[in-house]
Write a protein that binds this ligand. Structure first.
Ligand code: VGL
Ligand code: ZN
Length: 202
């Protein structure tokens, strides 16, 4: 059984948003078409309190995209984004939501970032996504969305570690930094994941 996992297709990650991913809007048509080819469609939603520690605004004298240490982990400082209840945190209106059976919110603890849809960055707390997928009989997880070098990448690593056959659908993913995404894809391949094109599943 195959699931399509839609990562963070939210206004703030679309051009014009607070943490825009270049070309983020270009994946939507493909993502909408892909959905009919899966047994299950699930989405994640980045959902931060306004004082989230991943925001540069919470660290006096620090700039956006600087790296700091946060709770023993390296942390990129982001512009304020996906604040709970704001329009930036809402799903992009052109995304077809009808087939989404469940939405897993993440990044709700102000003290720790959470790129993956499965766990926070410290692997301290599960979102329940892995057990949810197993409960639905899912063996294969196909990942699309934003951003390829962060939440898509971390979700793929966790999906592999949880024992799912894991695929990234190129063309339905965009990254903040394309060099970082190239490295991420190599890492996913080295861990047993596959990079495919959307026409291989449609
Ligand atoms: C993301 C940075 C911060 C993502 C979320 O969805 O890739 N990136 N929060
Ligand atoms: Zn975030």
């Amino acid at each position: 059984m195959k699931a399509l996992l839609l990562i963070d297709i939210q206004n703030d990650f679309i051009p014009g948003g607070a943490l825009a991913v270049p070309g983020g809007d270009k994946i939507i048509d493909t993502v909408n078409k892909l959905q009919d080819h899966f047994n299950l469609v699930v989405a994640t939603q980045d959902w931060h309190p306004s004082n989230h520690k991943s925001f540069a605004s919470q660290h006096e004298g620090r700039k956006m995209f600087e790296k700091i240490e946060l709770g023993g982990l390296e942390q990129v400082l982001w512009p304020d984004h996906c604040v709970q209840g704001t329009s930036g945190a809402a799903f992009y209106p052109k995304l077809n939501m009808n087939r989404i059976e469940a939405i897993f919110r993440k990044g709700t603890n102000s003290a720790i970032d959470s790129y993956s849809g499965f766990y926070d960055n410290g692997h301290l707390k599960s979102t329940g996504l892995a057990d949810y997928l197993r409960g639905k009989g899912i063996t294969d997880v196909f990942i699309v969305g934003l951003a390829g070098d962060y939440c898509v990448y971390f979700s793929a690593k966790d999906a592999l570690a949880e024992g799912f056959q894991t695929y990234l659908i190129e063309g339905a993913i965009r990254a903040i930094d394309n060099n970082d995404f190239e490295k991420a894809k190599q890492d996913i391949i080295s861990k047993g994941g596959k990079i495919i094109n959307s026409d291989e599943v449609m």
